[in-house]
Design a protein around this ligand. Sequence first.
Ligand code: AMP
Length: 520
Amino acid sequence: MNVGQFLTKAARDFPSTPGIVHGTQSWSYAEFDERTSRLCHALQELGLERGDNLAVLMTNCGPMLETMFAGFRLGCGVVPINFRLHPNEFAYIIDHSESRIVATSPEFNEPLRSVAAQMPRVEHVITTDGAIGDELDYETILEGQPGECPDAEVDPDDVAWLFYTSGTTGRPKGAMLTHRNLEAMSMGFFTDMCPDRSQPEATLHAAPLSHGSGLYALPNVAMAATHVIPSATSFDPVNIFECIQQHRITNIFVAPTMLKRLIDHPDIGRFDLGSLKSVIYGGAPMLVQDLLRALEQLGPCLVQLYGQGESPMTITYLPHQDHVVDGDETRHRRLGSAGIARTDVEVGIVDDNDRRLATGEVGEIITRSDLVMKGYWRDPAASDNSLRGGWLHTGDVGYLDEDGYLFLMDRSHDMIISGGENIYPREIEEILVRHPAVHEVAVIGIPDEEWGEAVKAVVSTVDGGEVTEEELIEFCRDHIASYKKPRSVDFVDDLPRNNYGKIVKRELREAYWQGRERRV
Ligand code: AMP
């Protein structure tokens, strides 16, 4: 089925239920559906056809949800873009996805104009405010359009969402998520993440809709939950508490960094957060000591997920019932795990030759299910490699214990996760080596109390080259998204190398990670 039907059906069955609430604005499910239908007609008039891709570059807002559902309904691939990227980076994604239409919010009008030359295929930019010249105004194109639109017939394996991950080689790759994947993901949400649906549901989109929160929007639309979008554009704990209390939020997805900021906030006790049934955290590791504090503050509503864009939402999960504060040793140890395989998901561990490893042995985590992507957009070699043997190779390293709990140890690619954002060192290294004073550089993740990991660059300079830490950080800021720039730089005479002359990052990282079992 077309996952756009989640909205059609919710609007038919629950027309007056609040669909989207953003600040002082709100739309019922009937209005959400009607506006989405109008947008579908407008997009068709602009030439969008089934099978095309549609880029969405917006901060969280009602039109973002409408645009995503319009794309699904028309049988198009929706390409939500991380709004924190540098203009060069989002231009790359728009061009690579072959999107001819980009829907945006006003913060990106100017940045998009500045990179127009890098996106020669783009024919129309639709903005929710501040259109100039040929740009189209979002509300204006909806005017006069019919308020109903049939959902396109799709094949379950048609692409519904092109999920751009940061590429291990520095370039982002588009994981093709199909209607089948998103439907399986949504049904799994009901089974494992949000089993109790005895009360009206409301979700809070505290994380970007382009990633985690947008995936959760699907099952939440399917069950006609109210989608609340915080009015603050950056993560503001007090605003989050206010929204939870005012709208009786029942489920929310947060990165561990966000969860930590919430539970550390001195005002948390002032608010009634008792409506929360599923606080889903994941995307990066969470320290057990923080988890215990979260449990004490929020009660038994936590669920951990471990997944990746290529297998959206989850591969394993640590269910509600495993989140216990005063359990025995086994239960306590499980708090440091990423939980058990999801109900409809297979998980295994393999060695470098793809041979299955036994319980307790450390190797690469692989998974197989209806959630696993179809492949990478326009990258058959990378698709074949990551899906070899019919299993998704996650690039994460870990082991399964005798009870089937997955313990994540490391990542086989040297990706850094800082504040829930994936950062690939190679991308930053490629920038830094362009600096005339830099001879060699290795970028690694080091432990950080607040962000999980922080980016560190270890640099050797050319003979006579002089450069400061601040200058190098500033140099990165000019080329890549700000969150990727190193937070600190160490200068060394030589970087450690192995017999093949390759820099041994493990050795560099060792100094910072000593004494910790988990290296992620
Ligand atoms: P993304 O594709 O942006 O969702 O990033 C996926 C990566 O985040 C995974 O491959 C893991 O390395 C990491 N990750 C996701 N969930 C967890 C978790 N619960 N604990 C530790 N790392 C995680």
